[in-house]
Ligand binder design. Structure first.
Ligand SMILES: [Zn+2]
Length: 123
């Protein structure tokens, strides 16, 4: 590592090489259907992506946030995330099936608890 220069900096001079402001998760099944997938931004703006995805970075038409899209295989429903305070939270995977997404607040708490239990042993 001695004397290594981060040469990526020198090569990333393309005007589009901007950092994403936000990121979201999209279920692979939604893309496999071949249907447009609406991505809801934090501001309430909706960006529709069309499979097959050409870009994994979209811009919200309302607040102009750049949103990085991470495609997750299958129909995960929710994934575990972390708030800036380090609290575990569930992030909805956009495009997941309704059965997976529309769970009650109780169910959500139960899933969160499970994740926390599991996470305790690790790291
Ligand atoms: Zn927005």
């Amino acid at each position: 590592m001695t004397g290594s220069i981060p040469c990526l900096l020198y090569h990333s001079r393309m005007p589009k090489a901007a950092k994403p402001d936000l990121f979201t998760f999209v279920a692979e099944i939604a893309l496999q259907n071949g249907q447009p997938v609406p991505i809801t931004c934090n501001c309430g703006g909706v960006i529709t992506i069309m499979p097959p995805m050409q870009e994994d970075l979209v811009v919200c038409p309302r607040c102009e946030s750049r949103i990085k899209i991470n495609v997750l295989s299958g129909d995960p429903g929710y994934v575990m995330g972390m708030t800036p305070d380090g609290e575990t939270m569930l992030i909805p995977v956009q495009g997941s099936s309704k059965e997976k997404l529309e769970i009650s607040a109780e169910e959500r708490h139960r899933v969160l608890d499970e994740i926390k239990q599991k996470g305790r042993g690790k790291v």
